[in-house]
Design a protein around this ligand. Structure first.
Ligand SMILES: [Zn+2]
Length: 484
């Protein structure tokens, strides 16, 4: 996600209903003995890429359930703008990680389920708040296919944040023109599909998006077909690398599309308002952003890149299709560099727990700072001095970067302190050692997840340095460490 440096007023807006009371997720019964035969062995073929060690979140434990390891979501979505109605058929292929009597997922009770089947057999479901329980037993390490048919008008849920760009909440938003967009970090995908809404569980995605023409549906991955039948535009999208649910995007609207490419040949699509500029703001520099990042970090880790411009005031590193608000700041070059940088830090390697969102934001912010310093012709040290002015206040208000206040998700404390930390590490390791660490980590953990312990152990092994105290001071201390 982007961070605003200048617009400090946007951070502190009081958000009524923020961090609302949520019912606890039901605990699956691990001792159940299922009676139905499982469909097949889990995790074979391309789905093996989406097999994860799921976990219960330490910051937002009521979202996601480690019982489910989602492998693929197939989302057939029809948007009817005149009625603001979403009609959906979802097919979720998942692996059970333990024996249980029921399948727990996140799903908004405001959407009405008309049919539910597991492996072709009708099943009972129950929704309450953001919990969905499917009454079907599962066996550890077996694969199942859940099909849900549902419809309704999705609405955002309260965000655990005080940031200005979160005031509309998280999840599916509908504009006054009846176009739609999503923003769902740290959760919120559940507002429009049944999901294991946690970053430790990455999955493959297929989308079939139907809307009256000339509107179109845009999503993650590669546009594999676009057809028109009976006045309806049907776009299909395939994401061949697993994504966490907070990195999923779908937008319906009146778009035009421009095709670009990086110097290395990464195809890039810009989807934006059909009535506006084909490459609004600085989006024409997107290939240059990918070129610069590939020079610093190594090859871009996915098959394609894109930007979808929507009617909000944010920016989100949604995987292979960044979602940017239609404002001068959101469409500026530093934000484009920042969101593209997340594809190495956050998207291909994803934090397994929300306490480690600093792993995303610290590095994206540091790379953005390097790029800005280069453009401005100033030493990166000068940029860090500017940011250091902000850091202690942010840390005091919102907590240490790796132990932040859960009601202040996405505050500046997870951005600036960790960016300063990386700069300190650069001075300690020297240029070669530092950039080796930067390039090798995303490649070593491609399409995976990691927590702080795994990441920091890897850095220590790779560099041969003892860095525990260094990292603890920067990530967990209530005051800003002294900079050298
Ligand atoms: Zn970010």
């Amino acid at each position: 996600m982007k961070r605003m440096l200048a617009a400090a007023t946007a951070w502190c807006l009081a958000l009524a209903g923020c961090a609302g009371e949520e019912p606890a997720a039901p605990t699956p019964t691990r001792s159940a003995v299922p009676t139905s035969s499982p469909s097949n062995d889990a995790g074979a073929g391309e789905l093996a890429l989406a097999r994860n060690d799921t976990r219960r979140d330490s910051v937002y434990p009521e979202y996601g359930d480690p019982l489910v390891d989602a492998l693929r979501y197939d989302l057939d979505l029809t948007w009817t703008p005149g009625e603001d109605r979403l009609t959906a058929v979802e097919t979720l292929t998942f692996r059970a990680t333990a024996d249980a009597r029921r399948i727990p997922l996140d799903f908004d009770e405001r959407l009405a389920i008309s049919a539910a089947r597991v492996d072709g057999e009708p099943v009972e479901v129950r929704t309450r708040g953001h919990d969905l329980v499917v009454r079907h037993p599962v066996v550890a390490d077996r694969r199942y296919e859940l099909v849900l048919e549902y419809a309704g008008t999705p609405a955002p849920a309260p965000a655990p944040s005080r940031r200005g760009d979160f005031t509309q909440g998280v999840g599916w938003s509908i504009t006054p023109e009846h176009e739609t967009w999503t923003l769902q970090e740290p959760y919120g995908a559940f507002t429009w599909y049944a999901v294991n809404d946690h970053p430790s569980d990455k999955a493959l995605y297929d989308f079939r998006l139907t809307v009256p023409e000339p509107w179109a549906g845009v999503a993650n991955g590669v546009l594999t077909s676009s057809t028109t039948e009976d006045g309806l535009r049907v776009n299909t999208w395939h994401l061949s690398e697993p994504a966490a649910s907070y990195l999923v995007t779908v937008a319906f609207g009146d778009f035009q599309r421009t095709d670009l490419a990086s110097r290395s040949g990464v195809p890039i699509q810009i989807w934006t308002d059909a009535d506006g500029e084909p490459t609004p703001g600085d989006t024409a520099m997107t290939p240059a952003a990918i070129d610069w990042l590939e020079h610093v970090l190594g090859p871009y880790p996915f098959d394609s890149f894109g930007i979808v411009v929507v009617d909000n005031d944010s920016g989100m590193e949604t995987q292979t299709m960044v979602t940017l608000g239609d404002s001068a700041y959101s469409l500026s070059a530093p934000v484009i560099v920042h969101e593209a940088a997340h594809h190495w830090y956050g998207d291909t390697v994803t934090p397994a727990d929300w306490s480690d969102v600093w792993m995303n934001e610290g590095m994206a912010m540091y790379l953005q700072g390097m790029w800005e310093a280069e453009q401005e012709g100033v030493p990166v040290e000068q940029k860090m001095d500017e940011w250091a002015e902000l850091e202690s206040g942010l840390r005091a208000r919102s907590g240490p970067p790796a132990a932040f206040d859960p009601t202040r998700f996405g505050d500046g404390n997870i951005y600036y302190g960790p960016a300063l930390m990386w700069h300190e590490l650069r001075e300690r390791l020297g240029e070669d050692g530092f950039f080796e660490v930067l390039r090798e980590w995303p490649a070593a953990r491609a399409n995976g997840t990691a927590d702080r312990a795994a990441y920091l152990d890897w850095i220590e092994e790779t560099t041969g340095e003892e860095l525990s105290a260094f990292f603890d001071d920067w990530l967990l201390d209530s005051t800003t460490p002294r900079r050298d």
